[in-house]
Design a binder for this molecule. Sequence first.
Ligand code: C5P
Length: 262
Amino acid sequence: MSRRKQIYEGKAKILYEGPEPGTLVQYFKDDATAFNAQKKAVLDGKGVLNNRISEFVMLRLEEIGIPTHFIKRLNMREQLIKKVEIIPLEVICRNVAAGTMAKRLGLDEGTKLPRSVVEFCLKRDDLGDPLVAEEHIHTFGWATHAEVDEMITMTLRINDYLRGMFGGIGINLIDFKIEFGRLDVTMENGSVAHQVILADEISPDSCRLWDRETDRKMDKDRFRRDMGGVTEAYTEVATRLGILKEANNVHAPKLSVVSNDD
Ligand code: C5P
């Protein structure tokens, strides 16, 4: 690890310089944080599970035509990704009121929304990632009108697909957060354009996932709300997706993976 140049360390991931120009290695840590890192813990095996789940989701999304930063998984904790300029916005899509929306608008958690809602938050830890309006995005130049339109279109398509994918394994997708990046693309005439592509990760750290039969939480709210059984729940998500062979191996060294190429 120390041989590679570290580009960035976030709360749950580290980015290293990749083997080729324009690539990075994304390393998934076991660290869990909540409430802007006021609450912290190390959850044995979480990084391995999120690496696998995010790989699975990104590959499925590529199949339906969503461009993503994912190139390939390298090992249990690392994936090779395209280097992008991250757009400084968290894009949240909600199907059911929960979390900050339930609190902000005084809704009962679990209230089904009449339609899916897309929200933007500014990626600023020091400000607690505040909710922003599209007017703010344009006024302060965080993204262009075209980029905002592309992000909304892709987010709703991702939502439709993921609702079906999780629905098929008995899980309701309550909400999720995604991030986008700008990829430099050289055009035929030699000019360079930016393509907006999906970046970061999609995992139980960044989604709310409730069991369809019981409403049991299978996501990071188990950590945020001290409910326990966090890696067990993530393991169950991976198992239902067909990524893991068994539901009872939650620790990284013992994880039983379907493809044994690590
Ligand atoms: O906390 P809130 O209700 O706004 O979260 C909405 C969704 O976005 C949840 O699925 C949560 O896990 C995710 N999220 C995230 N990272 C953040 C904020 C929210 O992954 N910094």
